[in-house]
Design a protein around this ligand. Structure first.
Ligand code: ZN
Length: 294
């Protein structure tokens, strides 16, 4: 791990501690709905990667709380915790699915329909993208970062895991024309449905911050016939929230069991302030600075 990344991880830990201390003054709402976001569950040297042993400890604790619910129910505001995985890494099938299945925990995996069985970022265009820390795919492309192919995806479905759409090519929808967004959203749904033979209800905006999609994007997602959609804006789902811009709570490699529990219980809900517009801009600036140092 480079020094900039190490510094960034330390900053994240500090921020989590501050939010937990502040939570004593502003206790979280009980019976909230929380949707967790994971990416890869494996051994990649990347901040968004969660190690399988950490994941197992998190899932065993979650199963003991008896609060896990399917994303469809979370979208309706039912209290509980839903699990989601973005991008569809092969390790979701090899490392995560057996644990989820054994513990009977429902989950949803969001697939990038044009990149099935491939790397999320094609090796050539990965260059120059190292500055994009919100991208779960880094310069360490290799078999570890491959996404599931159709056959593997069918196995995942057979294990009871829901498949959702994460567009065709994982571009920032807010930067695309309306016609391009339509293609990304409509065609991804159609392709997944044709290949998997089941209706695709769930959608996740790539990158998913408030700057990565627009009201027009949300409108197209509704029009395409999805039943609900998740962003990556941090926080619990609150009553009256639009089910097409559901907030989520990311879990990454810097979360130990204690910070995972704090996130699930809502002790870190104050981190949602980071997903205000000024918060996002400050975070992007900090990311750029830290990477330059690294
Ligand atoms: Zn993604």
């Amino acid at each position: 791990m480079n020094p900039g990344q190490r510094l960034k991880n330390a900053a994240k830990q500090g921020l989590k501690q501050c939010a937990r201390r502040a939570a004593h003054c502003f206790p979280p709402a009980p019976n909230a709905t929380r949707i967790l976001t994971y990416h890869s569950i494996g051994h990649r040297d990347h901040e968004m990667n969660v190690r399988p042993d950490d994941f197992l400890a998190q899932m065993e604790w979650l199963a003991a709380q008896q609060c896990a619910i399917p994303l469809a129910e979370a979208a309706q505001g039912r209290p509980g915790v839903a699990l989601t995985f973005d991008d569809g890494y092969l390790d979701n099938l090899t490392h995560a699915a057996p644990i989820l299945s054994r513990l009977a925990l429902p989950a949803t995996v969001f697939m990038v329909a044009d990149r099935i069985g491939q790397e999320l970022v094609p090796p050539r265009s990965a260059e120059g993208k190292a500055g994009e820390l919100s991208s779960p795919s880094g310069p360490t492309a290799g078999s570890e970062t491959r996404l599931m192919n159709w056959e593997e995806l069918s196995k995942l479905q057979a294990m009871g895991i829901e498949v959702g759409s994460h567009t065709l090519s994982h571009r920032r929808l807010a930067t695309l024309s309306e016609a391009e967004q339509r293609t990304e959203i409509f065609d991804s749904k159609q392709r997944l449905e044709e290949k998997l033979g089941q209706p695709i209800q769930a959608f996740a905006y790539p990158f998913g911050s408030a700057l990565d999609y627009t009201p027009a994007t949300v409108h197209i997602v509704r029009e395409a016939g999805f039943a609900y959609a998740t962003s990556n804006r941090f926080g619990p789902v609150q009553s009256g929230d639009d089910r097409f811009t559901l907030r989520r709570i990311w879990i990454d490699g810097t979360d130990d069991l204690s910070s995972f529990q704090a996130k699930v219980r809502g002790d870190l809900d104050l981190l949602r302030l980071m997903d205000s517009y000024p918060g996002i801009l400050a975070r992007r600036a900090a990311n750029a600075l830290l990477l330059r140092r690294g």
